[in-house]
Design a protein around this ligand. Structure first.
Ligand code: DQQ
Length: 586
């Protein structure tokens, strides 16, 4: 009850702040500070590099989002957290709650090492709404320090009538799943949300076959969430190394965007596909395939047999260990993903914090059935300032850049619609790179002149453009045997900072869109040290962490640029400053 009071207070404070118009920070002495920056080495601990509207706790290390759920009017997010510092270790499940997925209040950790079967770590897991509406959490416990031996535990709320679910109980019969029958006990973790059919719950546990490199998702079945039996054959496997944080869920295949509860199955009247996502430990990216779930056989069959080669990613940038949940309040499926820092561990210790969660994204199946589409949840728009700035029907000539002025852009939401009058000048696609977007972008970055493109945005740019992060498209002529031009989307942060110790690779993905009508859109959410971009309405997404040394606070500029040989037109650009939400007490 006391905590509920605290939460109510926090909301009241937020309301008052908003009424007072003080919902984003104003830096009075920025000019003098900026002048100082010219003479001293860039400082990673600058508080103006800390994100504002992305989820993060007050301090310390965070990684995977765990067990997101909606319960009695509140959204819950648990996450891997080190209460003792800004590097990975001492992992507990931190817990925050929200009414709108934007303003967050932090509660005390929900799950901490306390029993034999989680004594050496409470690692990732998921929540399931059981049949009577009680949430159950399944999570990985590490029960032997020497070999990282992993088992799966269950926890239930102590008080079901508490909407904040502050206390969690671990029944005495834990662990409920142990690595038996030749399973690789040191690589056996991250149980999914369970789904229910024919009187049984099923869930997946990620692993890699003992002594091999085949990533695998084992299926476990239970009638009561207590006794779990492994199904003989795994749901799926592929030669891609350890599968961390699997996620498996239905999506509607009727071209609409509404989400489905995890237990919904396809039937004659309901066109449903399933999505299997795995976080590949070897590559540290989240890959998914779309396919069919055969419940009788307990097998997943990807539609595209080459899918296991993992062409499709949620995000082609810094985004890992993600997890979805079904939001019954708005009938949508929402994706959370962790974005690591790309500075050094020493920097993280100096900053006192590391890791953020990406803006939650609504996710649905594209009408083509071939891929997912993702879009920032609509609630993020409540942070947009009242006076957006816009450009309309502005032609940007080859080599030209146009500044978007009239607002601060260190924390902004920018939506642009481009029109490409002609595709005639598009470059030929080097066949050797036709399947490797990342490499293609690294050799043809934002400053390499092209035909149609590169064109897009320079964000977090300094006044003289020494620093800038480019988010852009580049169009190539159709590959042999096709009449569809190839669209590449890239984020190029190689000029984003003068700090020499950063990991700043270019990130890129192809965009499966038909640009023959000349139209393509881009949205970028900019938040000081993160740029999260959505190409072609969310078909290709790229999150990048950047740490400008000049382009901070009021010194951050925004431009549209065109480094191609053909004109491009900005039919519409709208940019909003972003307000600061309530963020776990920050
Ligand atoms: N992080 C957790 C594991 C998971 C990994 C440990 C993925 O459960 O496999 O913090 O980032």
């Amino acid at each position: 009850m006391r905590v509920l009071g605290r939460v109510a207070w926090a909301w009241l404070v937020l309301l008052l702040l908003q009424l007072a118009g003080a919902s984003h920070v104003v830096y009075q002495n920025l000019e003098t500070e900026a002048a100082a920056v010219e003479t001293v080495p860039p400082s990673i601990v600058d508080s103006q590099l800390r994100t504002g509207y992305h989820f993060q706790p007050l301090k310390n290390w965070i990684n995977d989002p765990n067990a997101p759920m909606y319960y009695k009017g509140w959204y819950h997010l648990f996450y891997q957290y080190n209460p003792k510092g800004a590097v990975w270790g001492n992992i507990v499940w931190a817990h925050s709650v929200s009414r709108d997925l934007i303003n967050w209040v932090s509660l005390k950790p929900a799950i901490e090492p306390s029993i034999k079967s989680d004594k050496y770590g409470c690692w990732s897991g998921s929540a399931t709404m059981t049949l009577d509406g009680t949430p159950a959490i399944m999570y990985t416990g590490v029960n032997r320090p020497d070999v990282n031996y992993q088992v799966q535990n269950v926890a239930f709320p102590k008080n079901k009538s508490d909407p904040l679910l502050q206390e969690w109980d671990k029944p005495g019969h834990n662990p409920v799943i142990v690595p038996e029958g030749g399973i690789n006990a040191t690589q056996f973790r991250d149980p999914t949300t369970a789904w229910h059919a024919d009187g049984h719950w099923r869930l997946l546990v990620g692993s890699v076959v003992t002594g091999g490199s085949r990533g695998v998702a084992y299926v476990y079945r239970s009638r009561d969430f207590r006794l779990w039996t492994r199904v003989r054959r795994p749901l799926h496997s592929a030669p891609t190394g350890m599968w961390e944080c699997p996620d498996f869920y239905p999506v509607t295949a009727d071209g609409r965007q509404h989400g489905l509860d995890t237990s919904v199955m396809a039937n004659d009247k309901r066109p449903v596909k399933h999505v299997l996502k795995n976080s590949l430990d070897l590559r540290r990216y989240d890959y998914y395939t779309v396919g069919t779930y055969d419940r009788e056989a307990e097998r997943f069959v990807p539609d595209d047999p080459a899918g296991d080669e993992h062409h499709l990613r949620y995000d082609y940038g810094n985004f890992y260990a993600s997890k979805t949940f079904y939001d019954p309040a708005k009938r949508r499926r929402i994706l959370w993903g962790w974005a690591n820092e790309s500075d050094t561990a020493v920097d993280d210790v100096a900053k006192g914090w590391a890791g953020i969660q990406a803006i939650p994204r609504k996710v649905w199946l594209d009408p083509s059935g071939k891929q997912l589409v993702q879009w920032p949840i609509e609630e993020v728009e409540s942070l947009r300032g009242k006076r957006p700035v816009s450009l309309k029907d502005r032609v940007v000539r080859p080599g030209e850049h146009v500044e978007v002025t009239g607002l601060q852009t260190a924390q902004a939401d920018v939506e642009v619609s481009f029109e490409v009058p002609s595709l005639e000048g598009a470059e030929a696609l080097d066949e050797a790179l036709a399947y490797d977007a990342q490499k293609l972008c690294s050799v043809r970055g934002a400053d390499v002149k092209g035909g149609v493109g590169p064109f897009g945005l320079w964000v977090l740019a300094s006044a003289k453009l020494e620093e800038r992060t480019a988010v852009f498209f580049r169009v190539f002529r159709a590959a042999r045997g096709s009449n569809k031009p190839v669209v590449l989307m890239c984020t190029d942060p190689t000029k984003s900072s003068r700090n020499p110790n950063l990991y700043q690779p270019t990130f890129a993905g192809f965009v499966d869109t038909d640009i023959t009508n000349g139209k393509i859109s881009l949205r970028s959410l900019i938040d000081r040290s993160v740029v999260e971009s959505f190409g072609a309405g969310g078909k290709t997404c790229i999150l990048s962490r950047v740490y400008p040394s000049l382009a901070i606070g009021k010194n951050a500029h925004l431009y549209v640029f065109n480094n191609g040989k053909a004109d491009i037109k900005v039919t519409q650009l709208t940019a909003w400053e972003m307000k600061k939400p309530l963020m776990n007490g920050a």
